[in-house]
Design a protein around this ligand. Sequence first.
Ligand SMILES: [Zn+2]
Length: 300
Amino acid sequence: MRFSHFVHLVAGTLACSLSLACVAVRAAPADMPLSAVPAIQLAALRAQRPLPPIRFLLTFDDGPDAGEDGSTPLILRQLADNPVTPGIKALFFVQTAHPRRGGGEAGKAQMHATCLAGHRLAVHSGLPIGHLSHTRMSPEELEASLLSGEADIIAQCRGAAQLVRPPNWAYNDAVQAVYRKLGLGMLMSDVNARDGKIYGWHISLRRRSHMNSELAQVKVAIAEQRLPSMGGVVPIVVSFHDTNDYTASHMTEYLQILVEEARENGLVLADPPFYTDARVAERAARLRAQSGVYARDSWP
Ligand SMILES: [Zn+2]
């Protein structure tokens, strides 16, 4: 091949990977089987397909944080009344038996109030000692604690969401076998607010740039068609901690940041951009749990 031909070939390939117009030039004949379409051309064709809209599925771990000035009620007020999507409904993964969480009288009342406000509760920990990794329990202990946690939720709510989020994001085959046995979907997360203890309680000054990079990962996962959709919408799981008073006092701002940074990344938002029906949110979460694929593949 002459050098000038080589330059033209490279330039053509580059132009095709960058420009929309070249797809028409290189479009495959309608009767060509997909396997015969060159990979680079296939990538260009995929890039042409409009992205499905996303809807944020908010989840909160570790609570409840009860009381008049508690973080959970402060979050609930902002989910109900905010300029982005009034009436947002979320999933709360609670510690049902820890005396400072769901195990005390105030915590029980808060779990009841959270359900009454239309949200759904699921087990994070059913142990009085609270936040213990499920990987550190025997299958029998884990099963008993999950059943007892579910009973604690049912005592305050009409039912418990058939989901679980493992404390410290820690799981293994044995843990997953117990979840499966109990019919619980293990829900991890696409977007992590990084507001858990591991990052320090109030270090959220870079939250906008952090959310931007989290949503950039979401954009890649959606473009690669890795995330399942429900009703034409891809549910995007976002995880916060309702025990974090910084998160609680900035919840409305977080909602705005999510929407703005999603647009900034070229993601298409469903209308409304957040789930407003907890039952539908739970179904979407079950679907995501079943697929087991997320925009990220590791969790803090
Ligand atoms: Zn936790």
